[in-house]
Design a protein around this ligand. Structure first.
Ligand SMILES: [Cu+2]
Length: 157
């Protein structure tokens, strides 16, 4: 903005002309001055185009990766029963969360495997985990860390 004001100040038209006299007389001296300013103006334009391009890229990235913090989805509950996760697989949308509720008589966990690793820690009988949010589509395997033969899957997408 400061640069644009600066250019306006160096207009080849006199102040009186800018104030509204109908067509100004073009001054060669002032024209030469304007020509010297053109490269600066060009840099300013390129800079603005560059900023616009960056803005577009950011917008595209945002479209691919939804802002789950701004618009969280639903929370779905999975029960941990008699050495089983119920339901499994559990299907959720991107940005949804899952909580695990231990309805069994022993402690269990939900512990993610692979890239998306999470752990509820030990859930005692009757206890419900903190929500685990899923920000990307994919099939995610998990186990109970106390009983690794207990397997479950969260299908996101
Ligand atoms: Cu278990």
């Amino acid at each position: 903005m400061m640069r644009l004001i600066g250019l306006a100040d160096r207009s080849p038209f006199s102040a009186a002309q800018q104030k509204g006299r109908p067509c100004a007389v073009w001054s060669p001296r002032r024209s030469a001055r304007l020509l010297r300013l053109l490269p600066i103006a060009g840099v300013a334009v390129v800079g603005l185009v560059g900023l616009a391009a960056c803005g577009d890229t950011t917008a595209d990235d945002a479209a691919e990766a939804p802002d789950c913090a701004a618009s969280p989805g639903e929370t779905v509950t999975v029960d941990i029963g008699d050495f089983v996760f119920d339901p499994t697989p559990v299907r959720v949308d991107v940005c949804d969360s899952v909580t695990w509720t231990n309805v069994h008589t022993q402690a269990h966990t939900s512990t993610g495997q692979g890239d998306k690793a999470w752990s509820t820690g030990n859930l005692q009988p009757g206890e419900t985990s903190e929500p685990v949010r899923f920000n990307e589509a994919g099939d995610l395997a998990y186990i109970c860390a106390l009983h690794p033969f207990m397997k479950g899957t969260v299908e996101v997408g």
